[in-house]
Ligand binder design. Structure first.
Ligand code: ZN
Length: 602
């Protein structure tokens, strides 16, 4: 084979991998090598090459020159014989996006480790993962969906990738993780859990099987896979996931995992973890195979712009939770709570009035992925509002076709005509396809809700399925919504309109919501409120203090801006009605109830 990589677990204490790349027949004009600047699925330039150290090249047993030509690219001295490039990678980013290596485990994405040999992007590659020699690591084993060629029972040895895209699409976990297998559509599915945990594997296996099967049934089949692997890193407070064609990397908090005492109806944390697994698994079809045209192939040297992330992340976010209720893992009430929370997240931010979801998608590189304190006021999430758009689209299709068609038909069409055939989806195509297969003109729907900032017609559409849409004031910034609260009408709720966190001095403002009291008073993100009406407050007491006042009251607020003490006059406004909860309408007609049943598979 022309291209061979060898990965060695070189120095766990310094978090350094060593990679040797052998190119038997290099470009005789001088081999160019580069590392991706971003990883598919995470739309931000991360410049992984910054972690490469000590790179050198050899040919015919002599050192040859290597010149860096830009931040991620090298040119090797011209050679007619095989060249060997050796380099080290610093790996100390505990995330699903890059690489992490210490005495407890090693994890990497190919985008962090494998230099791409230009001109050979479509060749078959060999990858050797060396077993560490130190006895301390004798019980380490390898988990990855990368094609196995010749590996020992711990998984060390030779792997193979069909091309560079394939090479970087299989994250690798090495260590003493626990694991279990389950079968879906006659294909082995593996879950590995790295880190200290007490998860009830049987429960996880049972629930994951149902979720995966629900997605396969909806699409009509599982794409052709040798196996599917969930690589999970368990930490104290982690959360995140990144999709791949036949695996996913996940991070969760150990409290997210079910214990043997987990009740039948999953608690909120476990429900979130199942939602995360469901989300990444849905991507096996939607974005890893059904893809925006611009991602085929990926240009990993710079940003790739698309207005379609609402469909690839929003629709995926819609189905990740829908699958939980359709597979009967959660109750209808629990599902409505989840939608209520998503609606609350979108309504809390006035950014939805400044940016459409199509714009949010296009600008993901500089806005969604680079959020600062202004985010709630300036941008909208193509995940959250995208999921609600998908919900509205599904209910609209059902309404317009008298229940004969749904978003499921659109997804199956996209799978059969694009994903399965490796054809990219052009911009604006999904809107046309949706109109065509449902035989209704949906262009004004997309114009209003996707390309403009009009509020989604959630209340009307949910009512069709016998669901009541309610809004109430928020009780605090920690109030995620989704649930009714007792006595909500007894007192007119007040709010200062700011997000606060704990600080040794008092309560620190992290965000000020546009148009609300804190902004009118002149308070800003970074200010630390230390007293209200001359009495000391902190994060745990401030809400109680504010709640003890009425609409129209004026508060004297002492706060530090940097190291300067300032006084602000804040007039309390009513809390905005941005917290949503949904309820099944007990008075609903049989037609409404039937619609709900056919939508949620009840
Ligand atoms: Zn996603």
């Amino acid at each position: 084979m022309n291209i061979q990589y060898t990965v060695s677990l070189y120095n766990p204490h310094a978090h350094i991998f060593k990679v040797t790349l052998e190119i038997t027949k290099p470009d005789s004009a001088g081999q160019i090598l580069s590392l991706p600047t971003w990883i598919p699925g995470s739309y931000m330039i991360r410049d992984f090459a910054k972690n490469i150290i000590n790179i050198k090249a050899q040919s015919n047993n002599r050192q040859i020159s290597i010149e860096k030509t830009n931040k991620s690219t090298w040119r090797i001295e011209a050679s007619d014989t095989a060249i060997f490039i050796e380099y080290e990678i610093y790996a100390w980013d505990l995330s699903v996006r890059s690489a992490h290596f210490d005495i407890s485990h090693a994890f990497f994405n190919g985008t962090s480790l494998f230099l791409m040999p230009h001109g050979f992007e479509n060749e078959t590659y060999s990858i050797k993962i060396e077993q560490p020699k130190d006895k301390k690591y004798s019980d380490w084993k390898v988990a990855t969906s990368l094609g196995r060629k010749n590996v020992n029972k711990s998984g060390f040895g030779i792997y193979q990738a069909n091309n560079y895209d394939d090479l970087i699409d299989h994250p690798v976990e090495i260590g003493t993780h626990s694991e279990f297998n389950f079968s879906v559509e006659n294909t082995i599915h593996k879950m590995t859990l790295t880190g200290i945990h007490r998860a009830d594997n049987e429960r996880l296996k049972q629930d994951l099987t149902k979720i995966c099967q629900t997605h396969c049934t909806m699409f009509g089949e599982l794409p052709e896979l040798d196996e599917y692997v969930f690589l999970t890193m368990v930490t104290g407070d982690g959360y995140g996931g990144l999709e791949h064609r036949s695996s996913t990397s996940l991070m969760c908090s150990r409290d997210d995992l079910p214990l043997t005492t987990e009740p039948d109806e999953p608690n909120e944390k476990y429900r979130n973890f199942l939602g995360l697994c469901s989300h990444e698994y849905f991507h096996t079809w939607n974005i890893k195979r059904i893809k925006p045209e611009v991602f085929l192939p990926y240009d990993l040297s710079s940003e790739s712009y698309t207005r379609q992330l609402w469909a690839f992340e929003g629709i995926t976010s819609y189905y990740d939770e829908l699958a939980l209720v359709r597979s009967k893992i959660i109750s209808v009430e629990s599902y409505l709570e989840l939608i209520g929370q998503t609606i609350t997240r979108v309504l809390r931010g006035k950014g939805r009035l400044n940016q459409s979801i199509a714009e949010s998608s296009f600008e993901a590189w500089t806005k969604f992925y680079k959020q600062d304190e202004s985010a709630p006021n300036t941008i909208v999430s193509y995940y959250a509002k995208g999921a609600l758009l998908a919900l509205c689209l599904d209910l609209t299709i059902r309404k317009n076709t008298d229940g004969k068609k749904s978003l499921d038909d659109v997804m199956r069409y996209l799978w059969n005509n694009y994903g399965k055939k490796s054809i990219g989806v052009p911009e604006f195509e999904i809107e046309k396809i949706t109109s065509n297969i449902t035989e209704t003109n949906l262009s004004s729907f997309f114009e209003k809700y996707l390309y403009s900032i009009e509020e989604l017609p959630l209340a009307d559409l949910l009512a069709e399925a016998g669901i009541i849409f309610n809004l109430r004031p928020t009780t605090s910034v920690d109030d995620k919504g989704g649930k009714a609260i007792a006595n909500e009408n007894q007192k007119k709720a007040v709010s200062i309109g700011a997000r606060l966190i704990e600080n040794p001095l008092g309560a620190k403002i992290t965000q000020v919501f546009s148009g609300e009291s804190a902004e009118h008073a002149g308070l800003s993100a970074g200010d630390i409120i230390i007293a209200i009406n001359n009495l000391q407050v902190n994060k745990s007491s401030i809400n109680k203090t504010i709640d003890s006042y009425a609409i129209g009251d004026e508060l004297n607020i002492h706060a530090f801006r940097r190291d300067e003490l300032k006084v602000f006059k804040l007039k309390l406004n009513p809390a905005e009605l941005t917290t949503c909860y949904l309820q099944v309408d007990n008075q609903a007609s049989t037609i409404q109830n039937d619609k709900r049943k056919s939508w949620l598979f009840l």
